[in-house]
Write a protein that binds this ligand. Structure first.
Ligand code: PHE
Length: 370
């Protein structure tokens, strides 16, 4: 009997040793916007190496690829919830992808923390979906104020990607604010994957705008910039966080030099011990400066683990509630406070393309755009 008990306890101890909780990581690792997935994944891995355990259990990351598609984002969520039995999900990047997976997580009571989806609808009416980034009404207004007051732009042509909820929303939020300030806006439309923008550019450039504002993602922003410069456009090229990938410069070349975009981070824009440590570790591991999405991936993981520790439980409802109680959390992207709606209230950073790198141009606080 004694021997039997010893064996039972040894087995139990071993099981405990290998006990792991699974966190689903749902990202666009291949397809149109794979640069985004790669950068977030880099940041999450650094966070995981730094903090591999939660409530005494090993964290196992289950990476699922959405192939940059909405339907695959939904499939990944179903698989994460039903097959992998994850306790929480980090993802996606594109708002339309997070919107596709959100109902599945919500109905299964599995908390989602998105590092980067900024469209307001992502969290709206939901209890289980939160984010560590600001939302687009702020991002769009911030660029409107910057363009109007700092760049003295009065006429802007706005390019919207009709396939992306993110782009549709950001264009609207920018335009509303820019018009309220007294500026003029002309709208043109395209779709993810388009290659030839001559029709849109002939409309957009007809009445000589001071700037063009492109609210989609880097592949199309790069192509539109090239074609605009080829047509002789000399004004400002402006964009949102969707521009934030080194691939913008790889595809855009000299045409994107000087392009200004709002985003979540620049190594020079944050200064706190967590940000410094993250920057250091990232540079050592990957031999380059981190981009916003890597810092956001890092923060998403850390905020989630912090919420789990406070919840003292792996219960989805408790974790989701704790995520929304995150206050003054020191992150790689700065200080993060998540409100009761699941949205983070944070600073917008304006970056500018300088040669082959992104340089820091400005920061904009929420109160500056009201
Ligand atoms: N904000 C974008 C969206 O919601 C995603 C994104 C964030 C892309 C940060 C690049 C950098 O779709």
């Amino acid at each position: 009997m004694k021997k039997f008990l010893v064996i039972v306890f040894t087995v139990l101890a071993l099981v405990n040793l290998f006990a792991a909780v699974k966190i689903g990581v749902i990202l666009p690792m291949t397809g149109g916007i794979s640069a985004f997935g790669r950068m977030v994944w880099e940041g999450i891995q650094i966070a995981h190496e730094e903090r591999p355990k939660v409530l005494g259990e090993e964290v196992e990351l289950i990476l699922l690829d959405t192939r940059s598609e909405k339907t695959e984002a939904a499939n990944a969520a179903t698989r994460a919830v039903t097959k992998e039995k994850v306790i929480a999900i980090i993802g996606e990047v594109a708002s339309s992808h997070t919107l596709a997976l959100a109902p599945i997580a919500e109905s299964n009571k599995v908390p989602v923390i998105t590092p980067a989806s900024t469209n307001p609808l992502v969290t709206q009416g939901r209890k289980y979906v939160s984010r560590v980034c600001f939302i687009d009404p702020f991002q769009g207004s911030a660029m409107a104020v910057y363009a109007f007051k700092k760049l003295n732009a009065r006429k802007v042509a706005v390019f919207t990607d009709l396939e992306q909820d993110y782009s549709v929303g950001l264009s609207k939020f920018f335009s509303d604010k820019f018009k309220a300030l007294g500026g003029q806006v002309k709208q043109v439309f395209y779709k993810s994957g388009d290659q030839d923008f001559s029709a849109q550019l002939s409309v957009a450039l007809a009445d000589k705008p001071d700037a063009i504002y492109i609210t989609g993602y880097y592949p199309e922003i790069a192509l539109i910039s090239r074609q605009a410069r080829q047509l002789g456009f000399k004004g400002y090229i402006l964009a949102g966080d969707g521009a934030d990938a080194p691939e913008l410069i790889e595809i855009g070349g000299t045409a994107v030099d000087g392009l200004l975009f709002t985003t979540h981070y620049h190594p020079k824009a944050v200064d706190n011990p967590v940000a410094r440590k993250f920057l250091d570790t990232y540079k050592k591991k990957y031999g380059k400066e981190p981009a916003a999405l890597s810092a956001l991936g890092y923060d998403a993981y850390m905020v989630l683990l912090d919420a789990i520790e406070r919840a003292k439980s792996f219960d989805g409802t408790k974790i989701a509630e704790e995520i929304r109680k995150t206050k003054n959390f020191m992150g790689a992207t700065g200080t993060i406070t998540i409100n009761e709606l699941g949205d983070a209230v944070k600073t917008v950073t304006v970056n500018v393309v300088k040669g082959t790198t992104f340089d820091f141009a400005a920061t904009i606080e929420p109160h500056e755009v009201e």
